[in-house]
Design a protein around this ligand. Structure first.
Ligand SMILES: Cc1cc2nc3c(=O)[nH]c(=O)nc-3n(C[C@H](O)[C@H](O)[C@H](O)COP(=O)(O)OP(=O)(O)OC[C@H]3O[C@@H](n4cnc5c(N)ncnc54)[C@H](O)[C@@H]3O)c2cc1C
Length: 278
């Protein structure tokens, strides 16, 4: 990586989402740089010790696939393990998560990123990101082991987990007064699903979330982080190649690119929930 090198896409943070974003961007033909502050890819899935990604399935049917699924299932195969039986979905959700060997997973991330033609820089933190003075794109200042360096990108993807890049770029942040509460796992029984007023339960849940007594954080699990990372990588690559802002891209083009790279899109695999009478 040279000073003032030009990239189509710079991905800040080589974690759960960032690796997938960078691989997707590289596979779509964008000149891509992946910046990671530690010496290992995978983020929370590897260095964070949460090496049991979930949930790619809902009610026994696969709803998330693509590059994250490819990495996770390759890791399972490489280590001679087996996947959980997803058809047996009435077990606790953690039994449907996929245990991966962190070191093999990180090595597979390295391989996928390099094979996608992506440059990686480890032990490097984002120092600043600002719009270019002329033209569109972003000036990215990185703090490497050898000192600061300047790079230019058409699109920057923030997969730091903490919105570091968005914050430094001056976007408004929503910082809650309290940290997210711990997850509470509980089991309810003694009722018949058909007798429940689901709308009333949802209204009560929403009221508790609004009152700050419950947090709805189910969207931030590893499979969804990987899927949104892949979507970000696809949009960034398309934006860089067409000159159209990411939010103005025709959604059909984004879907087509994602499908080409193995993703499942809304409507591809519809779920129907049948009330249980047992
Ligand atoms: C204790 C715990 C238990 C969990 N349990 C589950 C579970 O059972 N199942 C499940 O699916 N999910 C679980 N999750 C949630 C899931 O792990 C995370 O939501 C997900 O991994 C976050 O992915 P991410 O890519 O946003 O962030 P991360 O995977 O954390 O990646 C962020 C990356 O960015 C790098 N980075 C950060 N700042 C900078 C910077 N300024 N410059 C350069 N690099 C930077 C970091 O080093 C890291 O590699 C759990 C999370 C935790 C913490």
């Amino acid at each position: 990586m040279d000073m003032n090198e030009y990239y189509d896409v710079i991905v800040i943070g080589g974690g759960t989402a960032g690796v997938v974003a960078a691989v997707q961007s590289g596979r779509a033909g964008a000149k891509t740089l992946l910046v990671e502050k530690t010496g290992m890819l995978g983020g929370t899935t590897t260095t964070g010790g949460v090496n049991f990604p979930g949930l790619f399935h809902a009610w026994g049917r696969q709803v998330i696939a693509g590059i994250g699924w490819e990495l996770v299932t390759r890791c399972v195969a490489e280590t001679g393990k087996t996947l959980p039986d997803f058809a047996n979905y009435q077990r606790p959700h953690w039994q449907l998560q996929i245990r991966v060997n962190r070191f093999v997973y990180a090595a597979l991330c390295d391989e996928a990123v390099v094979d996608a033609g992506v440059d990686i820089i480890f032990h490097t933190m984002l120092a600043d990101v600002k719009p270019q003075a002329e033209g569109h794109g972003w000036q990215v200042t990185l703090c490497t082991k050898n000192g600061p360096t300047e790079q230019v990108a058409v699109v920057v993807i923030d997969t730091t987990g903490d919105a570091n890049a968005a914050d430094l770029a001056g976007f408004s942040m929503h910082i809650p007064d309290e940290n997210q509460p711990a997850t509470l796992s509980c089991q309810a029984s003694g009722y018949d699903l058909v007798d429940l007023d689901i709308d009333a339960i949802n209204r009560a849940f929403d009221a508790e979330v609004r009152a700050g007594r419950l947090a709805n954080s189910a969207l931030r699990i590893q499979a969804t982080c990987m899927a949104t990372g892949q979507a970000a990588g696809a949009m960034a690559a398309l934006s860089a190649s067409t000159g159209v802002d990411p939010e103005a891209l025709p959604i059909a083009d984004v879907h087509a690119l994602l499908r080409e790279h193995g993703a499942i899109l809304p409507g591809d695999n519809p779920i129907s929930v049948e009330p249980s009478h047992t």
